[in-house]
Write a new protein. Structure first.
Length: 119
């Protein structure tokens, strides 16, 4: 029984430390449509690269890493948020052409997003 109590204290202490330094304790998830975009300058000042694994999200902080899973194909990819958007109802994320290819789509796709943390 003492081991169980010690384990609870370790887990609680780890969660407290993670909260203090700003790391997510549990990943948050979101579902909706993903679309493909490219070109120009991103909201964080970078130049968009069609071959990069980056994405646009309305609210996630720049530098956040997100695991995207295509619901239809089951394929996944990790992208870094570096832009704002999409601004079309029902869409939750815009991805680069390279990320869309890795996910197995070219226009729109139903996806789930899991926030992994910040880079």
């Amino acid at each position: 029984m003492a081991d169980n109590s010690l384990m609870k204290k370790i887990v609680l202490a780890s969660a407290l430390i993670a909260w203090i330094i700003g790391m997510p304790v549990a990943a948050s998830a979101q579902s909706g449509l993903a679309s493909v975009y490219s070109g120009g300058r991103t909201a964080d000042g970078e130049y968009a690269r069609a071959s990069g694994f980056t994405a646009a999200h309305r609210t996630l902080p720049f530098g956040t890493r997100v695991l995207i899973r295509n619901v239809r194909t089951g394929r996944t990819v990790v992208v870094r948020i570096n832009d704002r958007g999409p601004y079309v109802r029902g869409r939750v994320i815009d991805v680069t052409p390279a990320a869309a290819r890795a996910l197995g789509f070219s226009g729109l796709a139903p996806v789930t997003l899991t926030v992994l943390g910040r880079t």
